[in-house]
Every structure is written in C-alpha cells, then in structure tokens.
Design a binder for this molecule. Structure first.
Ligand SMILES: C[S@@+](CC[C@H](N)C(=O)[O-])C[C@H]1O[C@@H](n2cnc3c(N)ncnc32)[C@H](O)[C@@H]1O
Length: 254
C-alpha cells in the first residue's frame, strides 16, 4: 500500500490529519506490508493513533504506549513544565497516577539531578512506565494513593498528578476513542470529577516536606472545586493556565 492509498483510506474513515497519520503508520509498520495493512485497519476501526503506532509525543519525547493504557495528552506538559521549574536542585519528585509515565519521563529527562518516582494502581501502566523510566534513572511501582510510598513520607519536594477528573456522568459524552479504548479507571473522577484530585491532595499532605508543592492537572470547569479541595486539605493554592496547550493546573503549596 502506498502512502497515498493509506491516506485516502484514513481520510474516508474520518481521520482529519490523514496524510500525517499515514506517514506515522507507515513508519511504525517498517518494511512489513502485512503489519502496514493491519495498523491501517486498526486506525480505521477507531483505535487512537498513538495506540496504533505505539507511542505518543510528549514534551519532545516519544512515550511508548500500549493498548489499555491512557494516552498522555499534550496539555499535561504544563504539569511537567511546572515541576521542572519549581523543584529545587537535587530534589525528589513523585508522580501519582502516572499512567504511561509521561510526566515522570519529561521531568527526569529535563532534570537529571532529580530523584523521580512514579506510581499507578494499574499494573499494565506500571509495566509500560517502568520500561520508559528506567533508562532515565527513574522508577515506577504499583500503588494506590492511600498507601503510596510510605518510605517517602515528608521527604518529597514535588508531587505531580494528572488523575482521572471526568465527572462520572460526563464519560458518556467523551469522544469514542477515549470511551472505547481507554480504561474507565483512567477517566472516572467520581460524581463531581474531583474525587481522585482529593486523594492526590491527601497523599501529597503526607508525602510533601514543609514548603513542597503538589501540581495537579484540572480543567477550566473543575478548577474551583480543585482549589477548594486543596484549601480543605490545608494547602495554599492557585491556578496556572497555558492557553496554547488548553491546559489548567492547580499548584498547591504546603
Ligand atoms: C488520566 S490518566 C493519566 C495518566 C498519566 N498521568 C498521563 O498524564 O498520561 C489517570 C491514571 O490514574 C490511574 N489511577 C486511577 N485511580 C488511581 C488510584 N486510586 N491510585 C493510583 N492511580 C490511579 C489510572 O490507572 C490512570 O493511569
């Protein structure tokens, strides 16, 4: 199949950036025509491009992706960027709800002086993230937030997190790619969307040293609730925006 033929099939299936997707899919297939056909079919059937090609672009890095693991979004680069600039030299960063490990990888890559640990409750995500993080000198483990990393209590400079924050009732309104191909565990933020953000803040109150910061992704619609949750957990918090990325994050200071 030529690039033009692949692009035509992808365009007919509704892919807006068909030429670019055809190029990336051909690159992922290498010299194997059967793999090429199979990847094009998977994309046409609605799998996210990142799952089909096996990686997502994030903060200048190719983050490996596998089926069933949340695909990192470019907007989450704001959390990684804030952690990179706010963490003191030689400091310790913990990335909760790490998924494929994009935030932890971006921070470890930009700041080799930092000790970076990631955690997620989903073993499939942790296997994937561990492989990505090990060459960067960072590690990843399976952990719920409640009991996360007891050895690090009071010793962490920065907690980062992009937890699930879609209100349960709004999951049905998400694009099919997310609903059909990403685990509900990675999307469902509970009745008001902020349940997992509260869990991140509770874990952060335990993990952070005095003066440490928790940097939590949120949305425009949810930011007031995230701020209220931070205040209720004893943090002084404010909101950061990145208009270009369409990103919103709360910085909660201990
Ligand atoms: C929205 S995804 C974000 C993943 C990653 N931070 C990123 O930006 O690509 C949320 C992640 O939270 C994890 N998660 C959900 N509930 C959790 C919990 N109670 N403790 C730890 N991780 C959890 C999911 O497995 C999923 O990987």
């Amino acid at each position: 199949m030529t690039l033009e033929e692949a692009a035509a099939r992808l365009r007919a299936a509704g892919c807006v950036f068909a030429e670019e997707e055809a190029r990336l899919i051909a690159e992922a297939a290498g010299d194997d025509p059967r793999a090429h056909e199979s990847l094009v079919r998977r994309r046409i059937s609605g799998e996210p491009l990142e799952v089909v090609v096996g990686w997502a672009w994030f903060a200048g890095l190719r983050i490996p992706i596998a089926p069933g693991v949340f695909v990192p979004r470019r907007r989450t680069e704001l959390v990684a960027r804030l952690a990179t600039s706010l963490t003191p030299p030689g400091g310790r960063v913990v990335d909760l709800c790490c998924g494929a490990g994009a935030i932890a990888a971006a921070v470890a890559h930009a700041r080799p002086d930092l000790a970076v640990t990631a955690a997620d409750v989903d073993p499939a995500a942790v296997v994937l993230a561990s492989r990505t993080l090990a060459p960067l000198g960072a590690s990843c483990l399976v952990s719920d937030m409640d009991g996360a990393l007891p050895d690090l209590a009071g010793r962490v400079d920065t907690v980062t997190a992009c937890p699930p924050y879609v209100p349960t009732a709004q999951i049905a309104l998400m694009p099919r790619e997310a609903r059909d191909h990403e685990p509900r565990l990675a999307l469902d933020g509970g009745p008001d969307g902020a349940a997992l953000q509260r869990a991140v803040l509770a874990a952060s109150a335990r993990l952070l040293r005095a003066g440490g910061v928790a940097i939590i992704e949120t949305s425009e619609a949810l930011a007031a609730l995230t701020l209220a949750a931070a205040a209720a957990a004893g943090f002084a918090a404010d909101v950061e925006h990145d208009e270009e990325l369409g990103a919103v994050a709360v910085i909660a200071r201990r």
